[in-house]
Design a protein around this ligand. Structure first.
Ligand code: ADP
Ligand code: ADP
Ligand code: ZN
Length: 228
């Protein structure tokens, strides 16, 4: 009975990696291919800031400076999002957890839902590549599709491949000053999660220096094994 429930539980996949590693890009591709829902705490926090909620007001300055928003705020936002019915197909966590406290909170949240982590996939890029990726990043304001000046420009300049929109955005925190703090936060607080998930036997590392399609293929392999 328990095994049956576990086998049927919606898959939970974690994408770990420094800012700019390609977590959002790959999460969107997985969402399209498998119907798993991308849960990006960065997107949820930016929405909270834009809506001026209490959480958003508390997070705004920290995000602008490239620090990590407090665990309490992020865990509350993520937990609320996990309760939405669209997560029943399975979720891809993009940018969460980022600290050991968040990882432990996630374990508890999943336990109460009868779910488990199927795979934690670490996207490995070096610091120089991370800076290059962040400095060229922009997104479509209409549908959220991600682009890069050098590596993933729209087929028709100025027009989104996905929705045809012409309004593009760059994130305020994707600047040279903030990148250093974000990188430091990653190494100090998030990188230790690699061994946390290794210890649980769910970690896979992927070389994320290659092109988007090659990384997508590696992820597809890992995920089909982890959800079989
Ligand atoms: P993250 O969510 O990890 O911060 P993104 O998915 O937003 O990273 O990717 C950062 C930037 O790098 C975006 O502009 C994206 O288009 C680009 N990008 C993502 N994956 C690759 C890749 N494998 N090679 C080159 N550029 C990439
Ligand atoms: P990136 O992958 O490029 O670092 P995100 O969109 O994931 O960008 O995050 C943007 C910012 O939002 C982070 O620099 C941090 O301030 C905040 N943030 C997002 N997720 C978390 C989290 N799990 N814990 C703490 N802060 C977070
Ligand atoms: Zn678009």
């Amino acid at each position: 009975m328990c095994a049956e429930i576990a086998a049927q539980a919606a898959p939970v996949l974690i994408l770990l990696g420094p800012p700019g590693a390609g977590k959002g890009t790959q999460a969107r591709l997985l969402q399209e291919a498998h119907g798993y829902v991308q849960l990006s705490t960065g997107d949820l926090l930016r929405e909270a800031v834009a809506n001026g909620t209490a959480a958003g007001q508390a997070a705004k300055a920290v995000m602008a400076a490239g620090g990590l928003v407090s665990d309490d705020i992020v865990i509350a936002i993520l937990s609320e999002r996990l309760d939405q019915p669209d997560t029943a197909q399975g979720v891809i966590l993009d940018g969460f957890p980022r600290t050991t406290v968040q990882a432990q909170a996630l374990d508890q949240l999943l336990q109460t839902r009868g779910q488990r982590i199927n795979a934690a996939i670490s996207l490995e890029v070096d610091d120089a590549q991370m800076v290059t990726r962040i400095s060229g990043r922009f997104t479509c304001g209409g549908c959220g599709e991600g682009y890069h000046d050098q590596f993933k420009a729209p087929a028709t300049p100025g027009q989104c491949d996905k929705c045809g929109g012409t309004d593009f955005k760059r994130r305020a925190d994707d600047n040279a000053e903030t990148v250093g703090s974000r990188l430091a936060a990653y190494h100090a607080q998030t990188a230790p999660l690699i061994s946390y998930y290794e210890g649980k036997g769910v970690l896979s590392g992927v070389d994320a220096m290659g092109d988007i399609a090659a990384i997508q293929a590696s992820l597809a392999n890992i995920i089909s094994r982890a959800t079989a």
